[in-house]
Each structure stands twice: as structure tokens, then as C-alpha cells.
Write a protein that binds this ligand. Structure first.
Ligand code: ADP
Ligand code: MG
Length: 243
């Protein structure tokens, strides 16, 4: 089991996450939607303490961490169980595609260089980027860079993959190939928590849609219910705006 309970995050007097409870089953694909500024990124970042929550419990696999009493060791253990795909790819500019993937395998997972490179090449093959293994990010298209970002996350074999608007920084021409790769990851029944504005994609791959507004979960359910028969006026208004 994975999820958060009572998760609260404030920036100054601004309560950005207000007592969020969210349980995710192993292999479940959960998509978070909601207006901008509503706390979606903060929720993902709080799960691995990129933003330190003020209160709540985070559980990933067999590890539960209480935000109020989290030690450095707890946080590192939590990060080892998660993999993050960033909106802006967050690749190391001075490392090749292969080196971007091996980096955490060697430094965080303490794998041997040979083992890390073998895993990187597997992932480069899966992402269709083996011929770009020695290219630096600047020589890759936006779509290829984000596929490296996703490959880097895949290589970690994490219990939970977190995607924060992975296509929203891309030129429209590159969105399709990145969504295709995410579909393939989803088919492997990888546990995924995804923030996206790609509603058609969300409808296709999500087991559950979570609609957030104002730092709270307003409603959640299967895609057909949220998209075709939302209960809450805020959900209806949001979907009308983005639809
Ligand atoms: P979303 O991803 O849904 O657009 P965010 O989680 O990025 O929303 O932001 C939620 C709120 O938290 C916004 O009001 C934003 O300004 C605020 N916020 C996010 N990060 C910080 C930060 N590091 N410092 C201060 N306020 C922040
Ligand atoms: Mg965001």
C-alpha cells in the first residue's frame, strides 16, 4: 500500500495542502487534475520530501514516515522508493543520456558501474533511445529529453512513480511520443501518480481520477464518473474550462 494521510503543507500562512488523505493500491494508476495553484505539484513533492510537509504520514510500500518526526534516514529511504519525472525534465546538462540514467543507480542505489550501464541500456532500448545513449541533452529534442527523464525514473524500479505535468513544457509535436512511453509504463502495472492536463490520456490510462481544488481533494472516482458525471460544481466548472 502507498499513500498519504493527514498530509498538510503550509508556505507561510498559505495552507497549500489541507489534510489530504489518499490511498493508492499497488499497480494502480492515479491521475490528479485540478486548477493551477491548487497544490498538485506540492502534493507530489511532499511525498518524497522535496517539500517537507508540516504534518501527515507518507507510506510507500513497506515504509511509513511521519512528517513531524522524519529523520534524514527516513527521508532517504522514502526517496529510494520513489521516482520523480519533472515537468522540465531536470536532466544533468553535462551528462549523456546514458550517464543521466546511471547516475542515481550508482550514487543512490550503490550498484556497480557495469550493472548500472546494463540497466541503462535496457531502459534506453525500451524508450527507443539506444542510438542517443551518448548524446547530451542539448542535442536531443524536448520529447527525447523527457523520454530520458522517464527512462531515468523507470531504471530505478521504484515502488511509486511520480509524474508532474511531464508534457506541459513540450512543444505540441513531442507530446505524443512522451504519452506513448507513459502508456507503456502504465501497461507494466507500475504504481503511478500523475499530474497532467492531458484529459484524453488521463481517461485512457487512469484507474482513478482525483480532482483537487484549494489544497483539498474535492472528489475522486473512475474516469467515466469524473469526466462524464462529476458530482461537484467545482469539478464541472474545471472540466468545462479545460475541455
Ligand atoms: P499546482 O501544481 O496545482 O499548480 P503548486 O503545488 O505548485 O500548485 O502550488 C500551490 C500553491 O503553493 C500556490 O499558491 C503556490 O504559489 C504555492 N507555492 C508552491 N511552492 C511554493 C514555495 N516554494 N514557496 C511559497 N509558495 C509556494
Ligand atoms: Mg504544478
Amino acid at each position: 500500500m502507498t499513500g498519504v494521510s493527514g498530509l498538510t503543507k503550509r508556505f507561510g500562512t498559505n495552507t497549500v495542502l489541507d489534510n489530504i488523505d489518499l490511498e493508492i493500491e499497488d499497480g494502480e494508476r492515479v491521475v490528479i487534475i485540478g486548477p493551477s495553484g491548487t497544490g498538485k505539484s506540492t502534493l507530489l513533492r511532499a511525498i518524497n520530501f522535496l517539500d517537507h510537509p508540516d504534518a501527515g504520514t507518507i507510506t510507500v510500500g513497506d515504509l511509513s514516515v511521519d512528517a513531524a518526526r522524519a529523520s534524514r534516514r527516513n527521508i532517504l529511504a522514502l526517496r529510494r522508493r520513489t521516482a520523480f519525472v519533472f515537468q522540465n525534465y531536470a536532466l544533468f546538462a553535462n551528462k549523456t543520456a546514458r550517464e543521466n540514467i546511471t547516475e542515481a543507480l550508482v550514487t543512490v542505489q550503490k550498484r556497480s558501474r557495469a550493472d548500472a550501464e546494463a540497466r541503462a541500456d535496457e531502459v534506453l532500448r525500451e524508450t527507443g533511445l539506444l542510438d542517443k545513449a551518448d548524446s547530451y541533452p542539448a542535442a536531443l529534442s524536448g520529447g527525447q529529453q523527457q523520454r530520458v527523464g522517464i527512462g531515468r525514473a523507470m531504471a530505478l524500479d521504484a515502488d511509486l512513480m511520480l509524474f508532474d505535468e511531464p508534457t506541459s513544457a513540450l512543444d505540441p509535436e513531442w507530446v505524443g511520443e512522451v504519452l506513448d512511453l507513459m502508456r507503456r509504463v502504465a501497461e507494466q502495472r507500475q504504481t503511478m501518480l500523475i499530474v497532467t492536463h492531458e484529459m484524453q490520456f488521463a481517461r485512457e490510462i487512469a484507474d482513478r481520477i482525483v480532482f483537487m481544488d484549494g489544497g483539498r481533494i474535492v472528489e475522486q472516482g473512475p474516469p467515466s464518473q469524473i469526466f462524464d458525471a462529476p458530482h461537484d460544481k467545482r469539478t464541472r466548472d474545471f472540466l468545462r474550462r479545460v475541455g
